[in-house]
Write a protein that binds this ligand. Structure first.
Ligand code: PEP
Ligand code: MN
Length: 242
């Protein structure tokens, strides 16, 4: 389980949320420092300051940290501060970045592109692995379809496809798939049921004031309730919830 806010907004904000992450029994804290927003006028993240806050709070709570890298030139900074490097959906086919990550010592969380086929997504993983870094985790985060009710369409079958076609672990991101907090618990359960190796979920103590993705962020109480359900299902499936 990876959980935390969409964006790191301040040290106080991240500490507040990290308490809940720790309480849930999760081991990995997420939080965006460099935010690839659709509009250039939207909050772009705290950048390097955000990375420092993430590292500090991760260490404070003994949590691993995962965050998105926007471009290859920032790799040295990410090597210093981050445990798992996330590739955002919009960057999945940035092949210069994929090649650079092939030289990284860190595991890479590779999100599926907005309109990427499974083959294209696996080819991006190949770019990283052929460079020498075989620590790739795939992440299904919903794809763009004609449907507008949800932000994207969670392609639950891609979990099965990745399992059939590769040896790579795959996790599900129900938050960016649905775009609605009310759907996160059920989609997370579905992800686990279909065989996903993990989940990445956005949470926030005050989603109505979040600087990004508040509508899809779970409040602490709901998140902790969801984790109880996920633990029950993990037990049934004979999996270890961490
Ligand atoms: C995120 O994880 O906050 C994010 C921007 O995700 P995606 O790249 O899947 O849109
Ligand atoms: Mn987000």
């Amino acid at each position: 389980m990876m959980s935390g806010p969409c964006s790191i907004e301040s040290e106080t904000q991240l500490r507040t949320i990290a308490k809940t992450v720790k309480q849930s029994g999760a081991h990995i804290l997420r939080g965006g420092a460099y935010k690839p927003r659709t509009s250039p006028y939207a909050f772009q993240g705290l950048k390097e300051e955000g990375l420092k806050i993430l590292r500090k709070i991760g260490d404070e709570f003994d949590l691993l940290v995962v965050t998105e890298i926007p471009s290859a030139d920032l790799l040295p900074l990410f090597e210093e501060y981050v445990d798992i490097i996330q590739v955002g959906a919009r960057n999945m086919q940035n092949f210069n970045l994929m090649k650079a990550l092939g030289k990284s010592t860190k595991p890479i969380l590779l999100k599926r592109g907005l309109s990427a086929t499974i083959e294209e997504w696996l080819m991006s993983a190949e770019y990283i692995m052929s460079g020498g870094n075989e620590q790739v985790i795939m992440c299904e985060r919903g794809i763009r379809t004609f449907e507008k009710y949800t932000r994207n369409t969670l392609d639950i079958s891609s979990v099965l496809a990745i399992k059939e076609l590769s040896h790579l672990p795959i996790i599900v991101d129900p938050s960016h798939a649905a775009g609605r907090w009310s759907m996160i618990e059920k989609l997370s359960l579905a992800g686990l049921a279909v065989g996903a190796d993990g989940l990445i979920v956005e949470i926030h103590h005050e989603p109505e004031h979040a600087l990004s993705d508040g509508a899809q962020s779970l409040k602490p109480k709901k998140y902790l309730q969801m984790v109880d359900r996920l633990k029950e299902l993990s037990d049934l499936l004979g999996k270890d919830f961490r």
